[in-house]
Design a protein around this ligand. Sequence first.
Ligand code: AMP
Ligand code: MG
Length: 325
Amino acid sequence: MDRRKFLRIGGTFLFVCAGAGLGPVLLKNRRVYGKSTTVMGTIAEIQVVHDDAHKAMAIIDDALEEVRRIEKIMSHFREDSEVGRINRDAFRASVVVSRETADVIRRGLHWSDVTNGAFDPGLGKIVELWDVKHRTEPPAQDTIRRLSGLAFHRHVRVTGGPGGDTVRMTSEDVRIDLGGIAKGYAADRAAEIVSGLGIDQALINLGGDLVALGGKSDGEPWNVGIRDPWDASRISEVLPLRNQAVATSGNYEQFFKYDGHLYHHIIDPKIAQPGAGGFASLSIIGNNCRDADALATGLFFLGDRETQRLLEDNTDGFSFRRLGT
Ligand code: AMP
Ligand code: MG
C-alpha cells in the first residue's frame, strides 16, 4: 500500500468517526435545503441544514404538516376549527377545546392584560368590519363607535379541568381572532418538530414570523432582512439571528387608502379602527415566536420608550426594531 492510499483510508476512517462527534468533516457535506408553500394565508419557507437531501425534505414536510394542523384548529376563517366552534357557540355554552388552543388563547389574554387591551384576541368583529382586503372605504361611523373600547378580552373565560379545557364568552360581541399570535406559535411548533428530528440548524419563516435554530453554518448566523416599509423591493436592516425568534408586523401587508388615509389590518381596539400614521413596521426579537408575534401586533402603536419599558418588565430580554413612522 503506498502512502497516499493509506492516507485516504485514514480519511475514510476519520469520516466515519465524525458521525460520533468529530463535526468538521461531516460539515463539509452539509447543505441548506429549503421549501416554500402557502399556508395560514401566507408564504411559509423552511430551510434546514442537512447532509441528505431526501431526509431534509421529509423533515421539512413534517414541519409544514404541523403548521397545517395548527391552521386547521386555530383559524377563525374555518367554521369547523376550534376557534370557529368557539365563535359560534361559546356565548351560549362552554365549548370544549384542545389544551393547545386554550393555551394560545390564555397567552393572548395575558398579553391583553400586559398591553392594557392593545392586543385583544377577542376583537374578531372589528377585523371583520374593516375587512381591509376587500374594502375600498371605511365602514359606517356608528358601527365603529359601537365596537370601540369594548375590551373583548375581559369577556373571554378559559378554564381547565378534568373534562378538558373550555372557553366561554360573556359578551355576544366577542369573536376570537388569533391572527396576531397563531403564526408565531406555529413557527415555534415547526421548529420543535425540526429539532426533534435531529436538526440543529434551520430557519422557519411563516410570512415574517421567524425562528432561527442555530446559525446558517458554525461561524455564520442566519441573516434575516426586514423590509423597508416604504419600498417593498428594499431591505432596511439585516438581523443576524442564532437560536432566536423574530416577528414583524407591518401595516403595509394589507391595507386600502381612502381620502389620503391609510387603513390597514392592525387594529387599535380602543377606537375600533386601524391606528393612525404612515407605513411602518415593528419587529420583536426574543426567545420564542408566539410571544414575539403577539407583541409585534400589540405594541404596534406604542412609542419607543413605552415599548422598551414594557419589554423590560414583561419579557426575558426581548428587544425591538421600529421602522417608518
Ligand atoms: P400580525 O400580522 O401578526 O400583526 O397580525 C395581524 C392580524 O391580527 C390581523 O389580521 C387580525 O387578524 C389580528 N389583529 C389585528 N389587530 C389586532 C389587535 N389589536 N390585537 C390582536 N389581534 C389583532
Ligand atoms: Mg403578530
